[in-house]
Design a protein around this ligand. Structure first.
Ligand SMILES: Cc1ncc(COP(=O)(O)O)c(C=O)c1O
Length: 368
């Protein structure tokens, strides 16, 4: 598939971009979307938009066959509905703010809206706000949202008594996304899905929603056994070095373009710091260089070359620009360790092929 692009009038190469800038390599992105769509076609994937927060990118995912989306915030749900991407939107998160829920409910004639609930209080909030559809969020091992599996059926009954349509269950096994023992990851994913399945029998409905990028392959292979009807992966589209260690078939598509602003004998500094990068998964990487540390607006990296790529999956991916012998004014591509919070810090991304700038897409689903 070829993306329709409208190149900006004056900025034609990455060297013209103001930095720090989010750049997305279109070929790597399309490789990732095509690879995932082959493994989990159509409604088997409910792409999570929190990973990129861009309706333009979601629209591209739609063109790869996925019409149902997962969101983490009301803002993402509302933005997707307004962008005409509201065929089936799941808010995979609990909300008790009635004003926000009412805003969501007001969109139900133009979009299919479903909200996760995991308590009597969230059922009550959904019912009072006029939300029509819910899923029961079940805790399958990650100490975050989700009711105890044994209470899922009772909560579904309570939701139905309040007039809500219960579409099924969701569970997020986030603690099983990254593991250096992939056999154990598979085993534990399958056992978490047994728990979710049992809850699904108690709850009723036909949705069993789970999973993410790190174990999408387990879900794709074992669908017949797990009963999972859709996988909520999001990071696969752009990727980061955290997932890059797993040997997944996705390429590194996003990087932060920076400008070298200072060089010393043994190190160089570029203008990409922790205010433009999600750092909760550790330091970002620069291909061929050792990153020392990030501060607010700086990344400090060693100028001596390293043998192997420090950028995880970048060797197999599209990010090849390296900072060999950086000079003041030269550009570097910094690869984030965690894509989601990185995207949430920027207004727009630049779509590129190599050094050529093809388009500018707003990151328009930011905020809450
Ligand atoms: C509810 C939920 N579903 C799915 C995912 C999977 O996302 P990823 O593609 O990053 O593994 C996440 C990530 O945090 C999540 O919170």
């Amino acid at each position: 598939m070829r993306v329709r692009v409208s190149p900006p009038a004056r900025m034609t190469t990455v060297h013209d971009l103001p930095t720090p800038a989010v750049v997305v390599d279109i070929d790597a992105l399309e490789h990732n979307l095509a690879t995932m769509a082959a493994r989990l076609p159509g409604p088997l994937l409910r792409p999570h938009v929190k990973a990129h927060k861009s309706t333009a990118l979601a629209d591209l995912q739609r063109r790869y066959g996925h019409h149902h989306f997962t969101c983490a915030t009301v803002r993402e749900m509302v933005g997707m509905a307004h962008a005409g991407l509201g065929d089936d939107l799941l808010l995979a998160n609990e909300v008790v703010d009635l004003d926000r829920l009412r805003e969501l409910a007001s969109l139900q004639d133009r979009a299919m809206i479903t909200v996760a609930v995991d308590s009597d209080a969230t059922v009550d909030a959904a019912a009072r706000a006029g939300i029509r559809h819910v899923v029961i969020d079940v805790n399958i091992g990650l100490p975050r949202c989700g009711c105890a599996p044994s209470t899922a059926g009772r909560l579904a009954d309570a939701a139905r008594r309040r007039g809500l349509v219960v579409r099924g269950v969701m569970g997020y096994e986030g603690h099983l996304m990254v593991s250096d023992d992939r056999a154990a990851q598979r085993r534990e994913t399958l056992s978490a899905m047994q728990v979710l399945n049992k809850a699904a029998l108690d709850v009723g409905g036909d949705v069993i929603s789970a999973g993410g990028t790190g174990n999408h392959d387990v879900h794709a292979e074992h669908r017949a056994d797990t009963g999972v009807t859709e996988v909520q992966a999001g990071s696969y589209a752009l990727m980061d070095t955290y997932y890059g260690t797993l040997g997944l078939p996705f390429r590194q598509a996003v990087s932060l373009l920076g400008t070298v602003i200072s060089t010393q004998e043994k190190w160089a500094v570029a203008d990409v710091g922790l205010k433009s990068l999600g750092m909760d998964h550790g330091n970002p990487s620069i291909a061929g260089c050792k990153v020392w540390f990030c501060s607010d607006e700086h990344i400090t990296f060693a100028t001596e070359k390293v043998e192997s790529s420090a950028a995880g999956s970048s060797a197999a991916g599209a990010i090849t620009m390296r900072a060999a012998q950086p000079t003041v004014g030269s550009r570097v591509r910094v690869i984030p360790a965690h894509v989601d919070p990185t995207m949430a810090m920027h207004d727009h991304l630049w779509l590129v092929r190599g050094d050529e700038v093809l388009d500018r897409w707003p990151i328009d689903l930011r905020g809450w």
